[in-house]
Design a protein around this ligand. Structure first.
Ligand code: UT7
Length: 323
């Protein structure tokens, strides 16, 4: 059978680093509060004139280099973002042009912080259906552009960044020992719109709006929904939490990451953590963390990886794959 096998990963973080203490000079907060409640120590902000597509292109180039292939070897780009350069066309088409590609197809996926799970699942479906041979799957965000800097309950949490993974169609045996995506699990429930949203939009206010979140409420849903999605994906893949080598969770809050890992029966030694370095980068956080773990040698070829994420919608999901 055909599976979507990861052959490379890359990431990019903007140069401007803002620590908690620096943020506390302009926002009524403290390093102690942010570290204790979230595990975040610093975040990266895109420079003036640096767009989501620029971050995505940098991450994509890093992933292409990591895979040892050229942009012309790619035939599809799926970009998860909630902070596109323009209302339309898709940021993915800007990335396509930026990489010098003149063929293939590119489009955006919007599932907020769960965006990368949705993008991976979409890419997997396209590859398995024979619609794409090599997909560039990107998560890229500039959440600094939708912050309310007067709202300390949200503006300390988010940062900008991008990550990318390249998936290739490969013939496999069809067992859990195969490399590639073994199972995906997606969910959403639009009844929870008010827990995490942006208070503007094209058809409603004709403004961009800023992020609003009922943090405690999102927190309550996060652990149970993430653990359930992870368990369903593992069951569908024919593996157990003992088989998992690495969990690469959405990097929003260290407390959520720890509680979810515990609920799934995975020790923290098997969890990739980068949240301290960049805060919540929404759809970028999973591929960012994955790329860091691949480059550092934590994740090795053949390792079984579980990713899980939740965000606005609510939308959530999990993907199990063998690197
Ligand atoms: O990626 C999408 C998914 N989103 C998430 O995963 C976020 C989920 N939620 C969370 O991570 C947590 O709920 C937060 C980190 C947002 C907040 O942590 P919390 O432990 O739930 O804090 P809280 O909202 O209960 O606030 C506790 C106190 C409040 O003061 P009082 O009412 O106890 O006096 C807040 O006003 O902390 C105060 N507070 C702050 N203090 C200093 C809220 N934000 C800050 C701040 N600095 N930045």
């Amino acid at each position: 059978m055909i599976r979507a096998v990861p052959i490379g990963a890359g990431h990019y973080l903007p140069k401007n680093v803002v620590t908690n203490s620096e943020l506390a000079k302009t926002v009524d907060t403290s390093d102690d509060w942010i570290v204790t409640r979230t595990g975040i120590q610093q975040r990266h902000f895109a420079a003036d004139g640096e767009y989501t597509s620029d971050l995505a292109i940098a991450a994509a180039k890093d992933a292409l280099e990591n895979a040892g292939i050229e942009a012309s070897d790619i035939d599809s780009i799926i970009l998860a973002t909630s902070t596109p350069d323009q209302t339309f066309p898709s940021t993915a088409t800007k990335v396509q042009a930026g990489l010098g590609m003149t063929s293939g197809f590119a489009f955006d996926v919007q599932a907020v912080c769960a965006g990368f799970a949705f993008a991976m699942t979409t890419a997997n479906s396209l590859i398995v259906a024979g619609q794409s041979k090599r997909a560039l799957v990107i998560g890229a965000e500039t959440f600094s552009r939708i912050m309310d800097w007067e709202d300390r309950t949200t503006c300390v949490l988010f940062g900008d960044g991008a990550g990318a993974v390249i998936l290739e169609a490969q013939e496999c045996e069809g067992t859990p020992n195969d490399r590639g995506i073994l199972a995906c699990e997606l969910s959403s429930d639009g009844n929870y719109n008010d827990l995490l949203y942006v208070d503007g939009g094209v058809s409603s206010t004709q403004t961009t709006g800023v992020l609003r979140m009922q943090g405690q409420e999102v927190f309550k849903h996060a652990v149970s929904k993430l653990a359930a999605a992870g368990e369903t994906a593992m069951e569908r893949a024919g593996v157990t939490s003992d088989d998992v080598d690495w969990v690469v969770p959405h990097q929003a809050n260290l407390r959520i990451i720890k509680s979810t890992a515990k609920k799934m029966g995975v020790p923290m030694e098997k969890v990739v953590l980068t949240v301290h370095n960049h805060g919540n980068t929404s759809a970028a956080s999973i591929p960012l963390a994955l790329s860091v773990a691949v480059k550092s040698g934590q994740i090795k070829r053949g390792n079984l990886v579980l990713t899980e994420a939740i965000g606005g919608g609510l939308a959530w999901g999990a993907v199990v794959f063998r690197w």
